[in-house]
Design a protein around this ligand. Sequence first.
Ligand code: SAH
Length: 247
Amino acid sequence: MGKVYLTGAGPGDIELLTVKALRVVQEADVIIYDRLANPEILKEAKDGCEFVYVGKEDSHHILPQEEINEVIYQNACKHTTVVRLKGGDPFVFGRGGEEGIYLQERGVSFEFIPGITSAIAVPEYAGIPVTHRGVTVSFRVVTGHESSGKDHSQIPWENYKTDDTIIFLMGLHRLERITKKLMEIGKPASHPIAVISRGTRIDQQTVVGTLADIHEKAKELPTPALIVVGEVVKLRQQLSWFEGQNA
Ligand code: SAH
Protein backbone atom coordinates (compact mmCIF):
# COMPACT_ATOMS: atom_id res chain seq x y z
CA MET A 1 0.00 0.00 0.00
CA GLY A 2 1.39 3.39 -1.02
CA LYS A 3 1.15 6.80 0.53
CA VAL A 4 -1.05 9.59 -0.79
CA TYR A 5 -0.01 13.25 -0.73
CA LEU A 6 -3.09 15.47 -0.87
CA THR A 7 -1.29 18.42 -2.36
CA GLY A 8 -2.18 22.05 -3.04
CA ALA A 9 -0.97 23.20 -6.46
CA GLY A 10 -1.41 26.92 -5.79
CA PRO A 11 -3.54 29.33 -7.79
CA GLY A 12 -1.96 29.09 -11.24
CA ASP A 13 1.44 30.79 -11.43
CA ILE A 14 3.72 27.75 -11.34
CA GLU A 15 6.23 29.58 -9.13
CA LEU A 16 3.61 29.66 -6.38
CA LEU A 17 3.97 25.91 -5.92
CA THR A 18 5.55 25.14 -2.56
CA VAL A 19 8.97 23.52 -2.32
CA LYS A 20 7.36 20.54 -0.59
CA ALA A 21 4.72 20.11 -3.31
CA LEU A 22 7.45 20.26 -5.96
CA ARG A 23 9.39 17.52 -4.13
CA VAL A 24 6.46 15.09 -4.03
CA VAL A 25 5.57 15.86 -7.67
CA GLN A 26 9.15 14.92 -8.60
CA GLU A 27 8.94 11.70 -6.57
CA ALA A 28 5.42 10.66 -7.65
CA ASP A 29 4.63 7.37 -9.37
CA VAL A 30 1.22 8.73 -10.30
CA ILE A 31 -0.30 12.23 -10.23
CA ILE A 32 -4.08 12.57 -10.07
CA TYR A 33 -4.94 16.14 -11.03
CA ASP A 34 -7.88 18.29 -11.93
CA ARG A 35 -8.73 21.28 -14.01
CA LEU A 36 -7.49 23.99 -11.66
CA ALA A 37 -4.00 22.60 -11.17
CA ASN A 38 -1.62 24.18 -13.71
CA PRO A 39 -0.69 21.30 -16.07
CA GLU A 40 2.82 22.82 -16.44
CA ILE A 41 3.53 21.32 -13.01
CA LEU A 42 3.29 17.83 -14.52
CA LYS A 43 6.46 18.53 -16.52
CA GLU A 44 8.34 18.28 -13.23
CA ALA A 45 7.39 14.62 -12.80
CA LYS A 46 9.95 11.86 -13.25
CA ASP A 47 10.07 9.63 -16.33
CA GLY A 48 7.43 6.94 -16.18
CA CYS A 49 5.12 8.84 -13.84
CA GLU A 50 1.48 8.21 -14.70
CA PHE A 51 -1.05 11.03 -14.99
CA VAL A 52 -4.74 10.69 -14.23
CA TYR A 53 -7.05 13.60 -15.05
CA VAL A 54 -10.21 13.74 -12.97
CA GLY A 55 -11.87 16.96 -14.12
CA LYS A 56 -13.26 18.24 -17.39
CA GLU A 57 -13.20 21.84 -18.56
CA ASP A 58 -16.87 22.30 -17.81
CA SER A 59 -17.10 22.39 -14.05
CA HIS A 60 -20.56 20.79 -14.16
CA HIS A 61 -19.15 17.55 -15.49
CA ILE A 62 -16.31 16.74 -13.17
CA LEU A 63 -16.15 13.17 -11.92
CA PRO A 64 -18.38 12.67 -8.91
CA GLN A 65 -16.34 13.03 -5.73
CA GLU A 66 -17.04 9.42 -4.74
CA GLU A 67 -15.39 8.23 -7.97
CA ILE A 68 -12.38 10.49 -7.47
CA ASN A 69 -11.96 9.09 -3.96
CA GLU A 70 -12.00 5.57 -5.37
CA VAL A 71 -9.49 6.47 -8.13
CA ILE A 72 -7.10 7.78 -5.47
CA TYR A 73 -7.59 4.68 -3.33
CA GLN A 74 -7.06 2.28 -6.27
CA ASN A 75 -3.84 4.08 -7.18
CA ALA A 76 -2.63 3.84 -3.60
CA CYS A 77 -3.08 0.05 -3.88
CA LYS A 78 -0.80 -0.04 -6.96
CA HIS A 79 1.82 2.66 -6.39
CA THR A 80 4.26 3.76 -3.68
CA THR A 81 3.91 7.53 -4.04
CA VAL A 82 0.56 8.95 -5.12
CA VAL A 83 0.13 12.70 -5.54
CA ARG A 84 -3.38 14.10 -5.60
CA LEU A 85 -2.80 17.58 -7.03
CA LYS A 86 -5.53 20.12 -6.42
CA GLY A 87 -5.87 23.80 -7.31
CA GLY A 88 -5.07 26.28 -4.54
CA ASP A 89 -5.25 24.70 -1.09
CA PRO A 90 -6.83 21.26 -0.53
CA PHE A 91 -8.98 22.46 2.37
CA VAL A 92 -10.41 25.61 0.80
CA PHE A 93 -13.44 24.31 -1.10
CA GLY A 94 -11.13 21.59 -2.33
CA ARG A 95 -12.82 18.54 -0.79
CA GLY A 96 -9.42 17.49 0.55
CA GLY A 97 -11.02 16.51 3.85
CA GLU A 98 -13.38 14.09 2.14
CA GLU A 99 -10.53 12.47 0.25
CA GLY A 100 -8.53 12.12 3.48
CA ILE A 101 -11.45 10.50 5.31
CA TYR A 102 -11.99 8.03 2.45
CA LEU A 103 -8.34 6.98 2.67
CA GLN A 104 -8.30 6.87 6.47
CA GLU A 105 -11.31 4.54 6.46
CA ARG A 106 -9.41 2.17 4.16
CA GLY A 107 -6.18 2.22 6.10
CA VAL A 108 -4.19 4.22 3.55
CA SER A 109 -1.63 6.64 4.95
CA PHE A 110 -1.68 10.19 3.69
CA GLU A 111 -0.24 13.66 4.17
CA PHE A 112 -1.71 17.04 3.37
CA ILE A 113 0.49 19.62 1.67
CA PRO A 114 -1.04 23.08 1.93
CA GLY A 115 -1.14 25.22 -1.19
CA ILE A 116 -1.43 28.95 -1.69
CA THR A 117 -5.15 29.52 -1.98
CA SER A 118 -6.60 31.55 -4.82
CA ALA A 119 -8.85 33.25 -2.25
CA ILE A 120 -5.92 35.37 -1.02
CA ALA A 121 -3.32 35.14 -3.80
CA VAL A 122 -5.59 36.10 -6.68
CA PRO A 123 -6.75 39.37 -5.05
CA GLU A 124 -3.08 39.98 -4.19
CA TYR A 125 -2.09 39.68 -7.86
CA ALA A 126 -4.83 42.21 -8.58
CA GLY A 127 -3.48 44.62 -5.96
CA ILE A 128 -6.34 44.01 -3.51
CA PRO A 129 -5.25 43.17 0.06
CA VAL A 130 -7.89 41.07 1.83
CA THR A 131 -7.22 43.00 5.06
CA HIS A 132 -5.85 46.52 5.37
CA ARG A 133 -5.26 48.58 8.48
CA GLY A 134 -7.97 51.18 8.86
CA VAL A 135 -10.15 49.57 6.19
CA THR A 136 -11.09 46.09 7.37
CA VAL A 137 -9.91 43.75 10.10
CA SER A 138 -11.26 40.48 8.71
CA PHE A 139 -12.23 38.60 5.61
CA ARG A 140 -14.52 35.72 4.71
CA VAL A 141 -14.20 33.15 1.99
CA VAL A 142 -17.58 31.96 0.79
CA THR A 143 -18.86 29.63 -1.89
CA GLY A 144 -20.95 31.44 -4.48
CA HIS A 145 -22.16 28.13 -5.78
CA GLU A 146 -25.40 26.83 -4.41
CA SER A 147 -26.86 23.59 -5.63
CA SER A 148 -29.63 24.34 -8.08
CA GLY A 149 -33.11 23.06 -7.45
CA LYS A 150 -33.10 24.32 -3.88
CA ASP A 151 -35.59 27.03 -3.04
CA HIS A 152 -33.61 28.48 -0.20
CA SER A 153 -30.20 30.02 -0.24
CA GLN A 154 -27.63 28.00 1.73
CA ILE A 155 -25.56 31.12 2.24
CA PRO A 156 -26.33 32.89 5.55
CA TRP A 157 -26.63 36.32 3.93
CA GLU A 158 -27.62 38.04 7.15
CA ASN A 159 -24.10 37.33 8.49
CA TYR A 160 -22.55 39.44 5.77
CA LYS A 161 -23.75 42.82 6.97
CA THR A 162 -20.32 43.47 8.51
CA ASP A 163 -17.39 45.30 6.91
CA ASP A 164 -15.51 42.05 6.32
CA THR A 165 -13.97 41.67 2.91
CA ILE A 166 -15.99 38.91 1.25
CA ILE A 167 -14.34 36.63 -1.28
CA PHE A 168 -16.71 34.47 -3.29
CA LEU A 169 -15.27 31.42 -5.01
CA MET A 170 -17.29 29.61 -7.69
CA GLY A 171 -19.62 32.59 -7.98
CA LEU A 172 -19.19 34.07 -11.46
CA HIS A 173 -22.30 32.40 -12.84
CA ARG A 174 -24.30 33.76 -9.92
CA LEU A 175 -22.83 37.22 -9.85
CA GLU A 176 -26.12 38.99 -10.43
CA ARG A 177 -27.83 37.04 -7.67
CA ILE A 178 -24.93 37.65 -5.27
CA THR A 179 -24.95 41.42 -5.82
CA LYS A 180 -28.74 41.52 -5.44
CA LYS A 181 -28.55 39.66 -2.13
CA LEU A 182 -25.83 41.99 -0.82
CA MET A 183 -27.97 45.02 -1.64
CA GLU A 184 -30.99 43.36 -0.02
CA ILE A 185 -29.10 43.07 3.28
CA GLY A 186 -28.28 46.76 3.14
CA LYS A 187 -25.02 47.24 1.27
CA PRO A 188 -25.21 50.35 -0.91
CA ALA A 189 -25.46 50.00 -4.69
CA SER A 190 -22.18 51.96 -4.88
CA HIS A 191 -20.29 49.37 -2.75
CA PRO A 192 -16.98 48.36 -4.40
CA ILE A 193 -16.61 44.92 -5.95
CA ALA A 194 -14.08 43.29 -8.26
CA VAL A 195 -14.08 40.16 -10.37
CA ILE A 196 -10.70 38.61 -11.12
CA SER A 197 -10.44 36.06 -13.90
CA ARG A 198 -7.63 33.55 -14.41
CA GLY A 199 -5.74 35.04 -11.51
CA THR A 200 -1.92 34.78 -11.26
CA ARG A 201 -1.75 33.59 -14.88
CA ILE A 202 -0.41 35.78 -17.66
CA ASP A 203 -3.91 36.37 -18.99
CA GLN A 204 -5.30 37.55 -15.63
CA GLN A 205 -8.04 40.18 -16.00
CA THR A 206 -9.68 42.27 -13.30
CA VAL A 207 -12.90 44.20 -13.62
CA VAL A 208 -13.82 46.69 -10.90
CA GLY A 209 -17.29 48.12 -10.39
CA THR A 210 -20.12 48.54 -7.94
CA LEU A 211 -22.79 46.16 -6.74
CA ALA A 212 -25.11 47.86 -9.23
CA ASP A 213 -23.02 47.57 -12.38
CA ILE A 214 -20.47 44.73 -11.97
CA HIS A 215 -22.81 42.16 -13.44
CA GLU A 216 -22.93 43.90 -16.82
CA LYS A 217 -19.20 44.67 -16.78
CA ALA A 218 -17.92 41.23 -15.81
CA LYS A 219 -20.29 38.75 -17.39
CA GLU A 220 -18.00 37.94 -20.34
CA LEU A 221 -14.94 37.10 -18.22
CA PRO A 222 -13.50 33.60 -18.58
CA THR A 223 -13.31 31.17 -15.63
CA PRO A 224 -11.87 30.44 -13.19
CA ALA A 225 -12.83 33.71 -11.60
CA LEU A 226 -13.45 34.97 -8.08
CA ILE A 227 -15.30 37.93 -6.64
CA VAL A 228 -14.00 40.35 -3.99
CA VAL A 229 -16.43 42.65 -2.17
CA GLY A 230 -15.38 45.49 0.13
CA GLU A 231 -13.64 48.82 0.51
CA VAL A 232 -10.24 47.11 0.02
CA VAL A 233 -11.04 46.92 -3.69
CA LYS A 234 -10.27 50.66 -3.94
CA LEU A 235 -6.64 50.02 -2.92
CA ARG A 236 -6.09 48.49 -6.33
CA GLN A 237 -5.77 52.01 -7.70
CA GLN A 238 -2.40 52.21 -5.93
CA LEU A 239 -1.42 48.56 -5.57
CA SER A 240 -2.13 47.03 -8.98
CA TRP A 241 1.16 45.54 -10.16
CA PHE A 242 0.73 42.38 -12.17
CA GLU A 243 -1.63 43.03 -15.05
CA GLY A 244 -0.03 44.59 -18.08
CA GLN A 245 3.43 43.75 -16.83
CA ASN A 246 3.55 40.57 -18.93
CA ALA A 247 2.25 42.11 -22.15
N1 SAH B 1 -9.03 24.98 -3.43
C1 SAH B 1 -9.07 26.12 -4.33
C2 SAH B 1 -10.48 26.60 -4.60
C3 SAH B 1 -11.38 25.57 -5.24
S1 SAH B 1 -12.98 26.21 -5.62
C4 SAH B 1 -8.19 27.23 -3.77
O1 SAH B 1 -7.78 27.17 -2.60
O2 SAH B 1 -7.88 28.17 -4.52
C5 SAH B 1 -12.72 26.75 -7.27
C6 SAH B 1 -12.88 28.26 -7.36
O3 SAH B 1 -11.68 28.90 -6.96
C7 SAH B 1 -13.13 28.78 -8.75
O4 SAH B 1 -14.50 28.67 -9.11
C8 SAH B 1 -12.71 30.23 -8.63
O5 SAH B 1 -13.70 31.00 -7.98
C9 SAH B 1 -11.54 30.10 -7.67
N2 SAH B 1 -10.25 30.09 -8.38
C10 SAH B 1 -9.34 29.11 -8.38
N3 SAH B 1 -8.25 29.45 -9.10
C11 SAH B 1 -8.49 30.70 -9.56
C12 SAH B 1 -7.74 31.62 -10.36
N4 SAH B 1 -6.53 31.31 -10.83
N5 SAH B 1 -8.30 32.82 -10.63
C13 SAH B 1 -9.52 33.16 -10.17
N6 SAH B 1 -10.27 32.33 -9.39
C14 SAH B 1 -9.77 31.11 -9.10
